[in-house]
Ligand binder design. Structure first.
Ligand code: PEP
Ligand code: MN
Length: 343
């Protein structure tokens, strides 16, 4: 169960509820949601009467939640979470389309890509300045210089920037340049990092770990939500299964549909990392939309053959333009819009 305190509840009223709950043998976990204190009951205590708790001064509501994840659950908030990044709506009817290179490689590469994807109808620019690479011998990213290039591309195109942050100590720096902080698959359970982006109060794109269950992903999101940062998007980017000969990962389309049922948070599909093969990105993109994704994140490069990372899965600029036309058609077929639906 969770107890939702009224926005005007006094510290005394909050302490009083905590004391009552703890007095019955429960542990408490305190978090906040839009300025309201949320008291979560943990462990095994004596049965508490929700009606009695609900009558205590300062209490707005009590909600019985049987799932392990609380703040992200539909039991806690039945309606979809929506918010705006700049003037772009997230989580509503309009599909978010995030496009750009895997890695920031040069000013020219980012500028050319940003202008082209903007023209094609993308609503966000992606690009990694800090790259979590499986091999320490692979390109590790341009660091702050890369962040500056992304910020310049935003200036020119107006596209908000999605970029990865890999360590808690880098969160303040990346937050200066980024509009959305991306947590990569390899860091989904880096709890210090989750706490740091929770505290940063910036939108977060949380990618599913390659061996993470749906519940693991939802539990990771709780760490961010517990800081009162509700601008969290979850990303299905493919998981490791037994077949990796032809495809990079297994795109868990199931998870997209299931997550839409379990959580009110927006769900983003990443067909690029999921399949890892350029010529199949289109099919997986359309499958992601059909499964109910609220947005897409797609890798695009002016010259994929020369890309320092993920060239095999990166679309060329004309391929992305072509894909946007199909994204619009599929969006329409499932009752959604894109910023450029009218084109
Ligand atoms: C990326 O988005 O380029 C990336 C590194 O993704 P993931 O963390 O999903 O592997
Ligand atoms: Mn990549």
């Amino acid at each position: 169960m969770i107890v939702i305190m009224h926005p005007e509840a006094t510290p005394y009223e909050i302490d009083n509820v905590i004391a009552t709950v703890e007095g019955s043998g429960w542990q408490t976990h305190i978090s906040s949601d839009s300025g309201q204190t949320i008291i979560g009951l943990q462990g095994q205590g004596q049965a508490l009467d929700p009606f009695h708790l609900g009558q205590m001064p300062g209490v707005e509501d009590t909600v019985a939640i049987t799932q392990k994840f609380k703040l992200g659950s539909r039991s806690f908030r039945p309606e979809d979470t929506t918010f705006k990044i700049g003037d772009i709506p997230v989580g509503g009817k309009q599909l978010m389309v995030i496009a750009g290179p895997c890695s920031v490689e040069s000013r020219e590469q980012v500028m050319e890509t940003a202008q082209s994807v903007k023209e094609a109808g993308a609503t966000f620019l992606r690009g990694g300045a800090y790259k979590p690479r499986t091999s320490p011998y692979s390109f590790q990213g341009m660091g702050e210089q890369g962040l500056k290039i992304l910020a310049e591309a935003r200036e020119v195109t107006g596209l908000p920037v999605v970029t990865e942050v890999m360590s808690p100590t880098k969160v303040p720096l990346v937050a200066v340049y980024a509009d959305v902080l991306q947590i990569g698959a390899r860091n989904m359970q880096n709890y210090d990092l989750l706490n740091a982006v929770g505290q940063a109060q910036k939108p977060v794109l949380l990618k599913r770990g390659m061996s993470a269950t749906i519940e693991d992903l939802l539990m990771a999101a709780e760490y961010i939500l517990a800081h009162g940062n509700n601008q969290v998007m979850l990303c299905e980017r493919g998981i490791r299964t037994f077949d990796n000969k032809y495809t990079r990962n297994t795109f868990d389309v199931n998870a997209i549909s299931m997550l839409k049922e379990l959580t009110h948070l927006p769900i983003i599909a990443d067909p690029s990392h999921a399949i890892g093969v350029r010529r199949h990105v289109k099919a997986m993109t359309l499958a992601g939309i059909a499964a109910g994704a609220d947005g897409l994140i797609i890798e695009v490069h002016p010259n994929p053959e020369q890309a320092v990372s993920d060239g095999d899965q990166s679309l060329t600029l004309p391929q992305f333009k072509e894909l946007m036309a199909q994204i619009r058609a599929m969006a329409e077929a499932v009752g959604r819009t894109t910023e450029t639906s009218h084109q």
